[in-house]
Design a protein around this ligand. Structure first.
Ligand SMILES: [Zn+2]
Length: 354
């Protein structure tokens, strides 16, 4: 079955982790033997080849660069200009993947339809389609930069990531969106960019709901009812997204799947983390919605972790295909499974892309 992944950090892996994603998973793992500079070295699960193997032909692919103020201890760039430049390097990598025939950027409905049609053919080595998304808006130096980003293909944006940001407060911080956040939301609405509410802290989330009327989704978010941490959304927040015709992508990071996960201590085996918890999250959202039209997959499988912090039954991203079978066992119909694996996000794009 064709799969849409609503959240991958492909260029971060290429540019910050020095991974050549045209290699096989095994080749990348071998090249990282003995490296200790980052957690999860040698445990990678994502490459363009593995995506093709898993029929994951379309994704939201991020640019990501944090800007931190002088008094903030989070890792990040010292100025928004540096953060912007970093995202432009990441964009250059996507562009060179396009030139190599490995990827293709989608910015409008015509390109989307053409790409989906191409993936129905048996052409060999099909390019992975991607829509550009910005995770955390700190690299938007001032509001005029959002137009520049849109012109380079940006179609989704999350105002915050971790910590306090320029435009909103993200995970592990508490605060509102302020005047700059409201200005950003207005410009997102004017340009018709999709707002990604993932990572917004509760206060910023609800302030955003008051100040924004455009299309929104949560690209990679699980349910707080299942794992009680503020990174997950409450039922009330999930319902708000559903009411606004949004889609929630469930995420395969182990700590967001298991209430007992201890970072750096637990293993997928010891904590019994498997795709079953992903089905639980999908099912929870479907029960809230009363249908299967508001949930999809936002795997985040290359978001700074690998097999050491993912479901035990996922070795590579191609294993996302296992979700279809598990949904079947849980009683989901084929049309519902199709919607969850690709249709809900793709229909959202069809409604909202120009
Ligand atoms: Zn994230």
């Amino acid at each position: 079955m064709f799969i849409f992944d609503a959240h991958l950090d492909l260029s971060m892996n290429a540019m910050d982790w020095n991974r050549d994603l045209t290699w096989s998973i095994e080749e990348i793992r071998k090249s990282e033997l003995g490296l200790t500079d980052k957690p999860g070295r040698g445990n990678n699960t994502v490459s363009l080849e593995a995506m093709r193997k898993g029929n994951i032909g379309l994704c939201m692919a991020t640019q990501i660069a944090r800007y931190v103020h002088k008094d903030n201890t989070l890792p990040g760039w010292k100025s928004s200009h540096q953060a912007w430049a970093h995202t432009q390097g990441q964009l250059a990598w996507y562009k060179s993947m396009e030139e190599a025939g490995e990827m293709v950027q989608i910015t409008n409905k015509t390109q989307l339809d053409a790409h989906l049609a191409l993936w129905k053919t048996d052409k060999e080595k099909k390019p992975i389609g991607y829509l550009l998304s910005l995770e955390g808006a700190d690299s938007i130096v001032d509001i005029s930069y959002l137009q520049k980003a849109y012109d380079s293909g940006l179609r989704a944006i999350g105002p915050a990531h971790y910590g306090p940001g320029t435009y909103a407060h993200g995970t592990n911080s508490i605060g509102g969106i302020g005047a700059k956040g409201r200005e950003l939301l207005k410009e997102i609405e004017r340009l018709g960019i999709i707002l990604d509410v993932t990572h917004l802290c509760d206060l910023s989330f609800w302030e955003t709901m008051v100040n924004y009327d455009g299309p929104l989704w949560a690209s990679h978010n699980n349910c707080r009812a299942l794992v009680n941490h503020h990174r997950q959304f409450t039922d009330e927040q999930l319902k708000e997204i559903i009411d606004r015709k949004g889609v929630i992508g469930v995420v395969l990071d182990a700590w967001m799947m298991s209430p007992t996960w201890e970072r750096g201590v637990s293993t997928p085996q010891s904590a019994n983390v498997s795709l079953q918890q992903i089905i639980d999250n999908i099912d929870h959202i479907c029960q809230l919605a009363g249908n299967a039209n508001h949930v999809g997959i936002g795997s985040d499988l290359d978001g700074g972790f690998g097999t050491e912090q993912g479901p035990a039954d996922v070795d590579t991203i191609a294993d996302l295909q296992k979700i279809t079978r598990l949904l079947e066992y849980r009683g989901y119909t084929q049309p519902d499974i199709e919607n969850i694996m690709n249709g809900n996000f793709i229909n959202f794009l069809k409604r909202n892309l120009k």
